[in-house]
Design a protein around this ligand. Structure first.
Ligand SMILES: NC(=O)c1ccc[n+]([C@@H]2O[C@H](COP(=O)([O-])OP(=O)(O)OC[C@H]3O[C@@H](n4cnc5c(N)ncnc54)[C@H](OP(=O)(O)O)[C@@H]3O)[C@@H](O)[C@H]2O)c1
Length: 215
């Protein structure tokens, strides 16, 4: 049965998944880049940049796991880009260049309709305006029995968590404080929702934690 998974989601010690004031210059919010220091050197991340080499070990294993068995993604519109409000034109096609690292259908939640955008390498961005359940239904159908990954950002993951729909969530907790920004878990009672910690692995640049929910 297809699972809904959050993978490789980087979190600050004070619970933020993005810093404040997201913009084209600071897509992860001010200070947010520091959350991802664990992944940048990995072999997996380097390969995504079209480069060879990179580190192997715990961080790389978790980075690679996040792509195994994934047949579709769900993203929030803020993760897709810095444009807010109605789309002024069709020019913004994501942060990731002509060939994004997804290689499967990607469903972007937004209140502002837009035609689908087909990219090189198998990624097509579909814009979903009829809500989180519709996005999940379409993503699950597109995944053809594989899992669906909720890529983020914070608001999007929070919705699926609150609804008890996330089966598994891997967090990479980075040793940094952001002070403000988008908090992932504030006000969400994971215990009541049925989650438990099924794995925790310390590494030099992050502590990896996997939370799973009994179905
Ligand atoms: N820490 C990590 O590992 C990680 C991973 C991924 C992303 N991020 C970061 O997270 C940040 C983005 O997160 P965020 O919380 O600001 O926003 P987000 O979840 O990416 O997007 C939120 C927006 O998506 C649209 N949306 C969400 N749910 C919807 C629904 N049910 N129906 C219709 N539209 C819906 C709305 O946009 P409209 O109403 O404007 O259309 C909403 O304002 C970025 O800085 C990104 O880089 C961090």
């Amino acid at each position: 049965m297809s699972k809904l998974r959050v993978c490789c989601f980087a979190l600050s010690l004070d619970g933020y998944g993005a810093g404040p004031d997201q913009s084209r210059e600071n897509p992860l919010g001010v200070g947010g880049l520091a959350l991802h220091e664990w992944v940048f050197p990995t072999r997996m991340f380097q390969a995504m940049q079209g480069k060879g080499g990179g580190t192997t070990g715990i961080d790389d294993d978790f980075a690679a796991r996040g792509f195994v068995g994934i047949g579709a993604w769900i993203l929030g519109r803020n993760m897709f880009g810095p444009v807010r409000g109605p789309w002024p034109d069709e020019s913004w096609k994501g942060w990731w260049g002509d060939e994004p690292p997804y290689h499967v259908p990607v469903f972007v939640l937004t209140h502002h309709a837009r035609s689908a955008v087909e990219m090189q390498g198998g990624t097509t961005f579909h814009f979903v305006t009829d809500g989180m359940d519709a996005a999940l239904k379409r993503a699950t159908a597109a995944a053809g029995g594989k899992d669906v990954r909720v890529g983020g950002g914070v608001a999007t993951i929070r919705q699926y968590l609150r609804a008890g729909l996330v089966d598994e969530m891997h967090l990479a907790i980075s040793p940094v404080l952001l002070g403000s920004g988008e908090n992932l878990l504030a006000g969400i009672d994971l215990l009541r929702l049925g989650y438990k910690c099924s794995e925790h692995v310390p590494a030099a640049k992050a502590t990896h934690v996997v939370l799973t929910r009994a179905r």
